[in-house]
Ligand binder design. Structure first.
Ligand code: PMP
Length: 406
């Protein structure tokens, strides 16, 4: 384990030098999106400056160079999550599109009316609504694993929810509201004992915890580049090759075909079958750069530092009178949702913003979770490895100032 030098690391992120209302930016909205290091920003510039050309099928030099960069990026992602083959890495627009892809293709291939998909009560809307669309299209039914007062999933309920009609379990690794790190290995083992595949939403985990898809044995895993210090507009669907092979395409268009006639069209092999249209080759190369950046810091080192910072944040915020923290699992990642007395989360966010502190407020795209908590919304501070204890002190003082105003 190596201790991270946070002050040096902060120099890599130009935006952290910004001032907001003449105050140093305190960026605590990392669960929504992360800031980008110079290396990622430069990679985007370099791609457009030196190698821009449409990829695949191009015979000219630049096209081949751009193709090589895109396919090298796929290999980098494969290595980052330890997939068996780069055929198992599909580039999508992000977590949301990846889940929509699986929901649409999987239900088309395997579900009949009355079949069931299990999700949890702490899912982001992007792991609820795609399945609800399939309730309308394929006639499937959603079942929901509840959570307890600490924000831990009630795993004993999972066994009760599984039936002969269960076709897939789709759960988040880490809740974007509660911060709970779900016991996904256990969920996967339980599901596999019933021959049920599992999709893991790693949107909030891939940037905080080392992930090994072979060791987890998950069937699908999805994440977004922008939450792991990469660019917006690109993300990843990992799927076991034998499963992806059997799924029908999600979108039709260029690149995903083997041949097209008006009589019969055949589809390309993996991974291209699921990448219709011009791929985001600039995004993929910049994502690969972000993964290299994170790998160089070391996810174990990142986790150790973020755990320490989370501990400090919880400790400091709990000292504020009237503080309520949502999500107190013993297995928690660096997301702290809170409310103070009856101060509206929106007022809290607006007033903290005036102090240069960026947090998120509202339902966090998890309205069923809000309903289960009995609140309309929360304030949420979410941490990254470039945050410091001094910034948490600024947050605490800011909240105390807001409280005094009310
Ligand atoms: N799942 C979780 C747990 C999330 O936190 C988010 C983003 N807030 C998403 C899915 C959706 O990610 P994206 O908007 O990048 O597709």
């Amino acid at each position: 384990m190596k201790k991270l030098d946070i002050n040096t690391i902060r120099q890599d992120f130009p935006i952290l030098k910004r001032e907001i209302y003449n105050k140093p930016l305190v960026y605590l909205d990392n669960a929504a999106t992360t800031q980008k290091p110079w290396s990622v920003i430069k990679k985007i510039e370099e791609a457009y400056t030196n190698i821009n050309a449409n990829i695949h099928r191009g015979v000219h030099f630049l096209s081949q160079e751009a193709t090589n960069a895109h396919e090298a990026a796929r290999k980098t992602v494969q290595q980052f999550i330890n997939a068996r083959s780069s055929n198992e890495i599909i580039f999508t627009r992000g977590t949301t599109e990846a889940i929509n892809l699986v929901a649409s293709s999987f239900c088309r291939a395997y579900c009949k009316p009355g079949d069931e998909i299990i999700v949890s009560a702490m899912e982001h809307h992007s792991n609820i609504v795609p399945w609800q669309l399939q309730e309308e299209i394929s006639g499937i039914k959603l079942k929901v694993i509840p959570f307890d007062e600490n924000g831990d999933l009630k795993l004993n309920e999972l066994e009760k929810l599984i039936s002969s009609k269960t076709k897939l379990i789709s759960v988040t690794h880490i809740s974007n509201v509660l911060g709970t790190i779900n016991p996904i290995k256990k969920i996967i083992e339980t599901a596999h004992a019933h021959n049920i595949p599992v999709l893991i939403d790693a949107a909030q985990s891939v940037q905080h915890i080392p992930i090994d898809v072979q060791q987890l044995d998950c069937d699908f895993l999805v994440f977004s580049s922008h939450k792991i210090y990469g660019p917006t507009g690109i993300g990843v669907l990992y799927g076991k090759e034998n499963l992806l092979d059997k799924l029908p395409p999600y979108q039709g268009g260029g690149e995903m075909i083997a041949s097209v006639t008006f009589e019969k069209t055949t589809y390309n092999e993996l991974p291209f079958k699921f990448e219709a249209g011009t791929p985001d080759y600039v995004g993929s190369t910049a994502l690969a750069e972000a993964l290299r950046y994170v790998t160089a810091l070391g996810l174990d080192n990142i986790k150790a530092y973020e755990d320490e910072l989370l501990h400090y944040t919880m400790e400091q915020l709990m000292q504020i009178e009237g503080m309520r923290i949502f999500g107190t699992s013993s297995n928690k990642s660096s997301v702290v949702s809170f409310s103070v007395k009856d101060i509206h989360h929106y007022d809290m966010g607006m007033l903290l913003d005036r102090l240069g502190i960026a947090i998120r407020t509202g339902h966090h795209c998890a309205q069923p979770l809000m309903k289960a908590l009995g609140v309309e919304g929360t304030a949420r501070a979410s941490l990254a490895f470039y945050n410091t204890k001094e910034e948490i002190d600024v947050l605490k003082a800011g909240i105390e100032r807001v409280v005094k105003m009310f």
